[in-house]
Design a protein around this ligand. Structure first.
Ligand SMILES: [Zn+2]
Length: 87
């Protein structure tokens, strides 16, 4: 089954888009704090940070980093909420 020129073109475009979205571990670690904060706050994730999510689905090391960070941020937030409570 041969691909038509159009199909090949759109395939190539899809692949190059995917490649643009790929980031490496150091780029991921630069962005992962911002990503975790937004996730925790339930704020929208901009396209630039979707690359982090994409990387985390493929990289266990960064996923571990993200989970540790997320847990730490969550704990800090809970502590802050406790302090804010007039008790
Ligand atoms: Zn990574």
């Amino acid at each position: 089954m041969a691909l038509s020129d159009d199909q090949i073109r759109s395939l190539v475009r899809a692949l190059s888009i995917t490649r643009e979205l790929e980031i490496d571990c150091s780029e991921c670690l630069d962005l992962v704090a911002e990503f975790a904060e937004r996730e925790l706050a339930g704020r929208p994730i901009p396209d630039a940070l979707e690359t982090v999510r994409h990387h985390l689905t493929r990289c266990g090391e960064c996923l571990e980093e993200y989970e540790a960070l997320f847990t730490a941020l969550k704990r800090m937030q809970e502590q802050k909420e406790n302090e804010d409570r007039p008790d």
